[in-house]
Design a protein around this ligand. Structure first.
Ligand SMILES: Cc1ncc(COP(=O)(O)O)c(C=O)c1O
Length: 502
């Protein structure tokens, strides 16, 4: 209802610079311009004549005259004892021409440089629909996030003025200390908290590495099937990407050696613990060979190790990161709390060789200044209280169960169509679509979305965006019942596809 909820408002800007003639008409013109441009919305309440007069330094009667004029023209409505409002049917640019508030009328092209991104490298944003079971990624089940403890910790943190101030660009010291303890105890990685940089998700850590390390024309090796947002930051830094195949033992280090023989490679981006997207683990002998190759290369190759879901390893003990055996200081270790806790918090971290860490810190200070001290302090408290450790244990148990549910459902419903790649961990399963369905992978997935389940297809992971006969099926973000239903829908999508399109 009009004016039912008085809006707390900013001082109204009335542009009188173009005004001609009597002041009240100039004010009326400025207000109708503001309505037309959408700066004042239909039904919005205008300031009282007295206060607008004081703001503009004119007599109250001048404003009354301006308002009367606009009421007469139909731009405004005066409601006795309530105030003056923009007319409900006032024409705005938004309605009138279908443009947006800030769309210039005759925009001159800005001739921006090309970002040079490849297929799938522009973040499309999550597409969610009511009733759609999302099994297309490795996002955690945020319905299980420890929100009560998070809210309590944040409330405490934000009350402290120091957490509202400029802080340490490396991240809150308590969070760095907590992360260093976790890395030492759970991942066999001895790092000094001072050498750790807290970033906004691992994406910003990768961006900082790319900007500090890569110069236009440098070659950067990436897993041939891999994580498109990481590829994107290397491309934006001007790198030429060199795809290296991945097999059941992880990155093919021999193939990397051959690529190195063709010319220097500045860096290798890889996901050794659970390769993204196939979830295979890089074998111990390849790890040794990779470290040797990196040290022998001239200039030395920097190994960028993205260990995004370390906790979720279900068979045997998690493998110690490459960074734990880095005698020459060539490994940058990148981690995230997006999987363990929640991606929306944007908390990641990097441990880099000192020279590189210093350059990353400088770039961070200049581009982003720092992270969010209150969030960082709150999350530090969750570590200090053991809340996150308990959450990690609960989630690992839940995801292990979900993984089994998905494996069983896939064997029952789609055992004749999909081969599942064995893996020891991760938050998704990598599957291969058998012939004769392989050629129809994309159409099958599209039909599955219509029937209410989304899985990722192989096309999303390659450098060229070509269709590949694979599904990556996430199990962490769906409950066991949702997983069973999702797989049934996937099967139904195939049945439909079989009868109608083959
Ligand atoms: C390979 C890989 N690295 C990192 C991340 C996490 O990114 P961020 O920490 O920026 O949320 C993901 C999440 O999907 C991922 O799949």
């Amino acid at each position: 209802m009009k004016g039912a909820r008085p809006l707390s408002r900013w001082q109204l800007t009335v542009d009188l610079t173009d005004g001609e003639g009597p002041v009240y008409l100039a004010i009326a013109q400025a207000l109708s311009d503001a309505i037309r441009a959408g700066r004042l919305a239909p039904e919005e309440r205008l300031p009282g004549a007295r206060s607008l007069a004081a703001e503009l330094g004119v007599h109250r009667n001048t404003i009354v005259a301006a308002y009367d004029e606009l009421v007469a023209q139909g731009w405004l409505e005066a409601l006795p004892a309530r105030g003056t409002f923009v007319a409900a049917r006032a024409p705005t640019v938004l309605e009138g021409r279908g443009g947006s508030r800030s769309t210039p009328r005759r925009a001159i092209p800005l001739a921006l440089p090309d970002l040079s991104l490849g297929p799938n490298e522009r973040e499309p944003g999550p597409v969610r629909r009511r009733g759609l079971i999302a099994m297309d990624g490795g996002t955690p089940d945020l319905r299980l996030a420890p929100t009560t403890a998070m809210a309590r910790a944040y409330r405490r943190a934000v009350r402290s003025p120091e957490h509202l101030a400029y802080g340490d660009a490396r991240g809150h010291p308590r969070l760095r200390a907590a992360l260093a303890t976790m890395l030492a105890q759970a991942r066999g990685l001895a790092v000094d908290a001072n050498g750790l940089l807290v970033t906004r998700g691992s994406q910003s850590a990768l961006d900082l590495v790319a900007r500090a390390l890569v110069r236009p024309g440098d070659r950067v090796a990436v897993e041939a099937l891999g994580y498109a947002p990481a590829r994107a930051v290397f491309r934006m830094a001007g790198a030429t990407l060199v795809p290296i195949p991945v097999d059941a033992h992880g990155l093919d280090v021999e193939a990397l050696g051959r690529a190195l023989a063709d010319g220097p490679i500045r860096a290798v981006y890889l996901t050794p613990h659970h390769h993204y997207p196939t979830t295979v683990t890089l074998s111990p002998w390849r790890r040794e060979e990779l470290l040797r190759l990196a040290a022998r290369a001239r200039p030395p190759m920097v190994l960028i190790e993205d260990d995004y879901d370390h906790e979720f390893h279900y068979r045997g003990r998690p493998i110690v990161p490459l960074k734990a055996r880095d005698p020459h200081g060539l490994v940058v270790y990148v981690g995230t709390l997006s999987k363990l806790l929640a991606p929306g918090l944007r908390l990641g971290y990097a441990v880099a060789p000192p020279e590189l860490a210093a350059a990353m810190l400088t770039i961070r200070e200049l581009s982003d200044r720092q992270g969010d001290p209150a969030i960082e302090a709150a999350v530090a408290e969750l570590f200090e209280d053991g809340e996150l450790q308990r959450h990690a244990r609960r989630m690992k148990k839940a995801y292990a169960e979900r993984r089994d549910v998905l494996l069983t459902a896939l064997a029952d419903e789609l055992g004749d169509v999909l081969d599942v790649t064995p893996s020891a961990g991760g938050m998704a399963l990598w599957t291969t679509v058998r012939s004769p369905w392989a050629a129809h992978t994309e159409a099958w997935a599209a039909r599955a979305v219509e029937l209410g389940v989304r899985v990722a297809t192989g096309r999303e992971f390659g450098l060229d965006g070509a269709p590949l006969p694979h599904f990556r099926i996430g199990f962490a973000m769906a409950s066991p019942d949702e997983l069973r239903l999702g797989v049934k829908r996937l099967r139904r999508a195939l049945a439909y596809f079989d009868t109608h399109r083959r």
